[in-house]
Design a protein around this ligand. Structure first.
Ligand SMILES: Nc1nc2c(c(=O)[nH]1)N[C@@H](CN(C=O)c1ccc(C(=O)N[C@@H](CCC(=O)O)C(=O)O)cc1)CN2
Length: 288
């Protein structure tokens, strides 16, 4: 029997509908949520993601502004742009599309974004608050995975979650969010010896390793929930995840496809965070 498909497009749309209602309510109170998207250089994939983010903002009535800077932009002038956005009243969320050109230090750039506008949830303050379980913006991809599990009725408490990958934007925060929901979490990565001996124990397996079709049937326990965060191209240039879908289908109880699984949730949760940032601003004004 085939595994149940966790459909990120459908779940994402349901969340976007409720975010759109929140946008309408904010506009009735005279506030249009605004997102600034900063794109540096000519990376084609980044340009596509940014276009999709802007289209998604428009579709739910939000304002978005693209700040497109050339590849040779200096770190100093990028930081100056961010400072301007930090001070703009009409901008509630700021995101700097990653990766940045090699001559720019991503950590310094991200740390310059005001925490109340850090809708990607990447800044050191946002990450620290997340680790402490304090209210903050959660990074969009792991946040999206949590929503996929929630909307699919998958129990997390008491389950063994194994993460393959330890990136700052997916693997590390993913483990923290699952831990906060009482999963027992194991982190694995490219230098973990005998990887299947770990992944085979997973009730929830998160593949975020960035290697096409890397997770095969030998890595997966019968009945596991398999979440594929990867976006890769295979040898035929076809879009694929980190999980070999055809091999794992039928072994897992649930599986996310690529495309149409985790990917659409990343942009959905960005919209969610930006509307939250605008609502926070309004509450702040009301309190004053
Ligand atoms: N500042 C940020 N930079 C990057 C992030 C991020 O969250 N913030 N994540 C990734 C790229 N990304 C968003 O920016 C992203 C990747 C993939 C998708 C998506 O919808 N994927 C589709 C397939 C798209 C395709 O056809 O190529 C899917 O999986 O169905 C959305 C957003 C790195 N940079």
């Amino acid at each position: 029997m085939s595994s149940a498909i966790i459909n990120g497009k459908e779940i994402g749309q349901e969340i976007r509908n409720s975010v759109a209602e929140r946008v309408t309510r904010l506009k009735e109170q005279g506030l249009t949520p605004g997102l600034a998207v900063v794109l540096v250089g000519d990376n084609q994939a980044s340009a596509t993601y940014v276009r999709n983010k802007q289209k998604s903002c428009e579709a739910i009535g939000m304002f978005s502004e693209l700040i497109k800077l050339p590849e040779e932009t200096t770190q100093e002038s990028l930081l100056a742009q961010i400072e301007l956005l930090n001070n703009r009243e009409d901008i509630h969320g700021i995101l700097v599309q990653l990766p940045l050109p090699k001559h720019i230090d991503e950590d310094i750039v991200i740390a310059t974004i005001a925490v109340e506008k850090d809708v990607d949830g990447f800044s050191p303050v946002s990450v620290g608050k997340m680790m402490l379980g304090q209210e903050t913006f959660l990074p969009c991809t792991p946040f999206g995975v949590m929503k996929l599990l929630e909307f699919s009725g998958i129990e997390i408490a008491g389950k063994h979650a194994v993460i393959v990958g330890r990136s700052h934007i997916v693997g590390k925060p993913m483990g923290q969010l699952l831990l906060q929901k009482d999963a027992t979490v194991t982190y694995t990565h490219s230098k973990t010896p005998n990887l299947p001996s770990f992944t085979k124990q997973a009730d929830i397996l998160i593949a975020a390793v960035g290697r096409a079709n890397f997770i095969t049937k030998e890595h997966v326990k019968e009945g596991a929930v398999v979440i594929d965060v990867g976006i890769n191209r295979d040898e035929n240039n076809k879009l694929c995840g980190d999980v070999n879908f055809n091999e794992v289908d039928g072994i897992a109880s649930h599986i996310t496809p690529v495309p149409g699984g985790v990917g659409p949730m990343t942009i959905t949760m960005l919209l969610f965070n930006t509307v939250q940032a605008a609502e926070n601003k309004l509450e702040h004004i009301v309190k004053l």
